[in-house]
Ligand binder design. Structure first.
Ligand code: SF4
Length: 143
């Protein structure tokens, strides 16, 4: 978790890190550059670099914020990546469901996985979901 310089959010929360490129829009991926930089700096959370990694120890962070926040979930990953287990995604959603005082913003490029599992998740009103749309060819990817 960290204060964010992104203008449409206040905080970032990364219960998972890492991703893989699926579209032209990933070409200059900030998360990949930062993950490799943090790995090179010896930061424990990024010891796997840009490989998908679930971080159970990060799930309790939203419970600790004293005031309500607008939170960008997974600035360093994509919560709907195929390598992130459904059970872990459910745990992240349970945290968001428990913390209605915060607004959680999720962005994914993986609309198919989102569609596949959305009925298994609890969509409380404090969860804002966005899908990056580039073009038809791009959005047929399944990775
Ligand atoms: S989906 Fe997002 S985080 Fe993943 S590689 Fe593409 S730009 Fe980076």
């Amino acid at each position: 978790m960290a204060q964010s310089s992104i203008e449409w959010t206040e905080m970032t929360w990364n219960p998972t890190t890492g991703c893989s490129k699926i579209s032209a829009g990933c070409k200059f991926c900030y998360a990949e550059i930062m993950s490799k930089r943090l790995q090179a700096m010896g930061i424990e959370k990024y010891k796997d670099g840009f490989e998908i990694t679930e971080h159970p120890d990060q799930l309790n962070i939203p419970y600790k914020w004293k005031t309500s926040k607008i939170v960008f979930v997974n600035s360093m990953s994509d919560l709907f990546h195929s390598k992130i287990s459904l059970s872990f995604i459910k745990k992240a959603f349970a945290v968001m469901n428990d913390n209605s005082q915060h607004v959680f913003q999720i962005l994914t490029k993986r609309a198919e996985r989102l569609y596949e599992i959305h009925k298994e998740l609890n969509w409380t009103e404090n969860i804002w979901m966005g899908v990056s749309v580039e073009n038809e060819k791009t959005n047929k990817s399944k990775s």
